[in-house]
Write a protein of this length. Structure first.
Length: 319
C-alpha cells in the first residue's frame, strides 16, 4: 500500500508544501535564526550599512518614506533599523509567519506587501526560498525532477514549452546528467513585489546561480545550522540559488545594478581592516570585534559572495 513518502511531485509543489504549507518550515516564528546564519544574525554592522544606503534614497524620494522588508523572518534587520532610522520613517515587515514577539512597537507587521508605497523594498534571502522546479537532461530529453516526501528523486514529465523558453534564455542544459532550476516563478514574484513600489529603491540580496558553474543544480537544505539533504517534509529549510539577471529583467524599473555584497558594503563604508591600538584596551577590543564582523560580511567565500540586485523607480541608483 502506498505511503505518504511514495507521493511523487515536482520540486516546486514539494517546496511549497514543505516551506509554506500548514505545518511548513516558515510557518514557525523566527525559524530562520534557529537553522541558518544570515547577515542580520552575523553582525551589528548590517543594519547601519543598509541605513546608509536607504538615507541616499530617502533624500531623493523626499516624501513619506516607508521601508518594507519582504521575507522578514524574525525581524532582525528591522529591529536594528528601528533603533537608528529616523522616527518619521515607517518600517514594515512582511512574512507568512506571525509577528515576532520581540519586534519593536514602531515596526509594522503584515502578511502581504503594502499595495503602494514610496521608499525601499528589501528582500534578503527571500527569492531563494520561492519554490522552483528542478530539471535534468536525460538520454530521453529534458525532464522535470520529481521528489518524494522522504527526499528520493526520479525523472518525471517532459518540460513544457513555457519552461523550455525560460531555460533556453537563462539556463541552457547541455550534457546528460546536468541539472537546472527554473526561475520563472521567482521572476514573477520579484516583478510583482517591485510593482508595489511607486518611487524609490528595490534591493534583493541573495546567493546567485551561475549556469556555467552550477551544472548539478543548487537545491539544498539547512537544519540546525548545518547543510543537509533537501528533504521536503517541513523539517528543514529548502533553498536554491537565484538567477538574479532573470529577476532583474522581469521588473519594470528605471535603472538596474548587480554587484557583489563585498562591493556594496565597501561602498557603504564597511571595512574589515584591523584597528590600531592606541592604549585603550576596551576601545581596541570593541573595534577588533567590529573588524571581525565586517570581515565575515565581506568574505568572498561566505556572506560577501551574495549578489545585490538594485533597481530604482524615479530616483538615481544610490551605489
Amino acid at each position: 500500500m502506498p505511503t505518504a513518502s511514495d507521493e511523487w511531485r515536482p520540486w516546486s509543489l514539494a517546496m511549497q508544501d514543505a516551506l509554506y504549507g500548514e505545518n511548513g518550515f516558515y510557518r514557525r516564528v523566527s525559524a530562520p535564526s534557529r537553522h541558518f546564519r544570515t547577515a542580520a544574525h552575523a553582525s551589528a554592522l548590517w543594519a547601519p550599512a543598509l541605513l546608509r544606503l536607504l538615507e541616499h534614497v530617502a533624500v531623493a524620494v523626499n516624501e513619506r518614506f516607508t521601508v518594507v522588508e519582504v521575507g522578514a523572518g524574525g525581524g532582525e534587520l528591522l529591529t536594528g533599523l528601528a533603533e537608528i532610522a529616523p522616527t518619521a520613517w515607517s518600517l514594515i515587515g512582511v512574512d507568512i509567519a506571525d509577528r515576532p514577539p520581540t519586534l519593536p512597537g514602531r515596526v509594522g507587521w503584515q502578511h502581504e506587501i503594502p499595495a503602494a508605497f514610496d521608499g525601499a523594498l528589501i528582500a534578503v534571502e527571500w527569492l531563494d526560498v520561492v519554490p522552483v522546479d528542478a530539471v535534468e537532461l536525460t538520454p530521453h530529453g529534458l525532464r522535470l525532477v520529481e521528489v518524494s516526501k522522504d527526499g528520493r528523486e526520479r525523472s518525471g514529465a517532459v518540460v513544457d514549452a513555457r519552461e523550455s523558453v525560460w531555460l533556453d534564455r537563462w539556463w541552457a542544459v547541455r550534457d546528460v546528467g546536468d541539472r537546472a532550476e527554473i526561475g520563472a516563478a521567482r521572476d514573477e514574484a520579484w516583478a510583482r513585489a517591485v510593482s508595489y513600489l511607486r518611487r524609490g529603491l528595490a534591493v534583493a540580496i541573495d546567493y546567485a546561480a551561475d549556469p556555467l558553474r552550477d551544472v548539478a543544480g543548487t537545491l539544498t537544505g539547512y537544519r540546525a545550522g548545518r547543510q543537509v539533504a533537501p528533504v521536503p517534509d517541513g523539517s528543514c529549510d529548502i533553498t536554491a540559488h537565484v538567477l538574479m539577471a532573470s529577476c532583474a529583467a522581469a521588473a519594470s524599473v528605471d535603472e538596474t545594478a548587480l554587484l557583489s555584497q563585498r562591493e556594496a558594503l565597501l561602498a557603504l563604508g564597511v571595512s574589515g581592516a584591523r584597528p590600531s591600538y592606541d592604549g585603550d584596551v576596551a576601545a581596541y577590543l570593541s573595534a577588533l570585534q567590529s573588524s571581525g564582523e565586517a570581515a565575515e560580511l565581506l568574505d568572498r567565500g561566505g556572506l560577501g559572495a551574495f549578489t545585490w540586485l538594485l533597481q530604482t523607480k524615479g530616483v538615481p541608483l544610490p551605489l
